[in-house]
Design a protein around this ligand. Structure first.
Ligand code: HEM
Ligand SMILES: *[C@@H]1O[C@H](CO)[C@@H](O)[C@H](O)[C@H]1NC(C)=O
Length: 335
């Protein structure tokens, strides 16, 4: 072999070595389409989204407050590291359920999510994740409550672990400072108007007296509108609420069943129930957006749609990660 041929061989083998890993990588990414897409189930279960929408309508007709839960679930699942339906897992001998932590207080109606999952499973067993059902029921619940239709992507897969032990690092408490609230949401890409819009979810549903009595006893928080205090004292007559009596105040007395911008008028009127609600209307970073949303329902809906979209896409499991849970409250058994 002459030196020219040797040189040629050397170049060839070098380029083969450097090309091989590139080929392998390409193949891997081709085989594993990552990320969320619109209508992920269009081939694997074309009826999936229609079944969910129909179930939401049926269940909402019978149990109006189940829509509050579907909406709240998006926050409690997606804001804690990942939209992976970890929120739905029951406690096991080894791990505590997220549902049983203090931050999850008042979450309800999980059985109706099981009803939706069962209807989807009857049509396409083992195809549609609980994480997607959680998010899509939230999307359709928002519509049932009079809110906007927000197109949302699918393709999330289900996690296998409860995140109860780290949940408090992600979900702010009812009395958290606005700086902490803004910081927590900023870390998942939600800006200040987005946070203001998301808290507009407190335009529906209720708050139990246990989360309110510290603003009423031993003395009434002077920040409260005196016209609202009488009603609150009537609803929460004891400084230590009887744990067996279900005592609560509606978040928005005016239109308690409708997702609208009345929340912003309430909080500007010092009728916000939680300390975070009140601070939203007084903090100089958030107040301008509160005023704008109080004036314009369109602006509120636009920002709400944008923020729900970002929240619903927070760090999902996709492709071959996680699993498709058979039953939303338990991880699948490994065979
Ligand atoms: C700083 C953030 C937030 C805090 C501290 C917070 C806290 C709370 C608390 C303490 C309750 C009352 C629970 C009860 O007594 O039953 C509640 C209710 C509710 N929250 Fe939030 N929340 C926050 C953000 C959100 C977000 C982002 C959403 C949805 C996008 C949301 C949706 C709801 C709904 C719909 C209810 C009424 C639930 C029902 O009536 O069953 N919250 N929240
Ligand atoms: C917030 O309220 C909880 C009780 O729900 C209390 O333990 C905690 O100390 C309060 N935090 C602040 C910052 O006031």
């Amino acid at each position: 072999m002459d030196s020219k041929a040797l040189f040629f061989l050397a170049i060839l083998s070098l380029s083969l070595v450097s090309l091989t890993p590139a080929f392998a990588q390409d193949e891997e990414t081709d085989a594993k389409p990552a990320g969320l897409v619109m209508n992920f189930y269009k081939d694997s279960c074309p009826q999936a989204e229609d079944i969910i929408t129909e179930q939401v309508k049926l269940l909402y007709k019978r149990h109006k407050n189940t829509a509050f839960s579907w909406l709240r679930n998006i926050f409690h699942d997606c804001a804690v590291q990942s939209c992976d339906a970890s929120l739905l897992l029951d406690s096991t001998r080894r791990s505590l359920s997220e549902k049983e932590t203090d931050r999850s207080f008042g979450l309800r109606n999980f059985r109706y999510l099981d009803t939706i999952k069962e209807a989807v499973e009857r049509e396409c067993p083992g195809v549609v994740s609980c994480a997607d059902i959680l998010v899509l029921s939230g999307r359709d619940g928002i519509v049932a409550l009079g809110g906007p239709y927000i197109p949302l992507k699918t393709g999330r897969r289900d996690g296998r672990k409860s995140r109860a032990e780290i949940l408090e690092q992600y979900l702010p408490d009812h009395n958290e400072s606005m700086s902490v609230v803004l910081e927590r949401f900023a870390s998942i890409g939600i800006d200040t108007p987005g946070v203001v819009a998301l808290l507009g979810a407190h335009s529906v549903g209720r708050t139990h007296c246990v989360k309110l009595v510290h603003r009423l006893y031993p003395e009434v928080d002077p920040a409260f509108n005196p016209n609202h205090v009488e009603h609150m004292l009537h609803k929460c007559p004891d400084s230590i609420p009887d744990p067996k009596a279900v005592q609560y105040v509606r978040n928005d007395r005016g239109t308690p069943m409708i997702l609208d911008n009345n929340y912003y008028r309430n909080i500007l009127d010092n009728k916000g129930l939680l300390i975070v609600d009140h601070q939203l209307a007084t903090d100089k970073r958030t107040k301008p957006y509160v005023k704008k949303m109080a004036k314009s329902q369109d602006y509120f809906f636009k920002e709400f749609g944008r923020a729900i979209t970002i929240l619903s896409e927070n760090n999902p499991l996709t492709g071959t990660q996680g699993e498709i849970r058979q039953q939303c409250s338990v991880a699948n058994k490994h065979h």
